[in-house]
Design a protein around this ligand. Structure first.
Ligand code: UDP
Ligand code: MG
Length: 341
């Protein structure tokens, strides 16, 4: 595994039903493609047999496999971050474990990268998800387009390729919650996109509930832009201007028509609307304060339980060079929990 050209990063969370087929198709596709590769699986604290299946697969193909076992569920994007810290390829491809993006498409992404791009995004052709997911995701794409400077057609598609310099830049970020495609985009100098096939989930069900989807989108919107806060201030200014006019209007009526008690409920309606607006604003500010809070705690973003690899990573490779016999047989570096600085 001498610095392979391609690293494939696969986050795995409770995917036991689909893993055997994934192994079959992914390794076949990479062997057929022919470039030197490694596949890095990150078990994101699965509660099913995923970790055991990954261990077995590591024993089957130790030459091209790395397995990182996280101690607890850290979320898809943090799991990918753990993978980024442990991969060596010049071109790094992320793919979901559920076979929604066919592994056979990885070759096309790599070919595109070889043309000199540093980021190849992807657009799902005939997306096979529920109608709700498709519409909601189109709306979120449009909102993101307006509040950040990030230009992506399909932010949700995780089948993407990144060049080493972008991976290094991402590794130097210490964000505790993030959205990788957007983060990578902020570092890209020559990005492009291609269309890729999309299939229904091979087995199991989506790991994103409506609740976690909303949280993920908060990460995207408030993690990359202050525009929501500024919009809110603008709405606030607009509303105060309107209420000033309303007060002037009421004062004039008091002088012209005299005292009146009509329209109390209208006033309530307006009050409740304004109250809702204020609560929304407090929540929005809370979202940013929360992000700051998470960041200043400096807790490790994920805990690594063990890393299965044949050869330790680059910074320890020197020792391996003096003992080539040891490097030839698979070793398991069972680390104690490795807190990140
Ligand atoms: N995933 C993960 N940690 C999580 C949730 C998901 O590693 O907390 C992985 C999951 O195993 C899959 C990928 O992220 O490989 C995408 O998840 P999923 O297919 O459920 O998302 P969807 O396609 O519904 O957006
Ligand atoms: Mg999926």
């Amino acid at each position: 595994m001498n610095s392979p050209e391609v690293s494939v990063i696969v986050p795995v969370y409770n995917e036991e039903a689909g893993l055997p087929t994934l192994f079959q198709r992914l390794y076949a596709a990479m062997d057929a493609f022919g470039a030197p590769y490694e596949i890095v699986f990150i078990n994101d604290g699965s509660r099913d047999r995923s970790a055991a299946l990954l261990r077995e697969q590591f024993e089957r193909r130790p030459d091209v496999t790395r397995v990182i076992l996280l101690a607890a569920n850290a979320g898809q994007h943090m799991a990918i971050m753990a993978g980024f810290e442990h991969c060596q390829g010049e071109i790094v491809v992320t793919i979901d474990a559920d076979l929604q993006n066919p592994p056979e498409e990885i070759g096309r992404l790599v070919e595109k990268m070889r043309e000199g791009y540093d980021l190849v995004g992807s657009i799902r052709r005939h997306r096979q998800d529920s109608a709700f997911r498709r519409y909601a995701s189109r709306a979120m794409n449009r909102l993101r387009e307006r509040i950040t400077r990030i230009k992506m057609t399909d932010q949700g598609c995780m089948l993407r390729a990144y060049r080493r310099n972008i991976i290094n830049a991402i590794n130097s970020c210490r964000e505790v919650s993030t959205f990788i495609p957007a983060l990578a985009y902020t570092f890209a100098m020559k990005p492009t996109e291609i269309e890729v096939a999309h299939e229904e989930r091979f087995a199991g069900e989506s790991k994103y509930s409506l609740y976690s989807l909303i949280r993920l989108n908060f990460d995207l919107m408030t993690g990359f832009s202050l525009v929501p806060l500024q919009w809110f201030s603008m709405v606030g200014m607009g509303v105060s201007l309107l209420s000033a006019l309303f007060v002037a209007f009421l004062a004039l009526r008091r002088l012209i028509v005299g005292p009146e008690a009509e329209g109390v409920f209208t006033l309530f309606g307006i009050m409740f609307f304004l109250l809702g607006l204020v609560l929304f604003g407090v929540g929005l500010i809370g979202e940013y304060v929360g992000r700051v809070y998470l960041q200043v705690r400096h807790r490790p973003r994920f805990l690594i339980d063990a890393v299965l690899e044949t050869k330790p990573r680059k910074h320890t490779a020197k020792h391996a060079a003096t003992a080539p016999a040891a490097a030839a047989s698979p070793v398991t570096t069972d680390l104690p929990a490795e807190p990140k600085p």
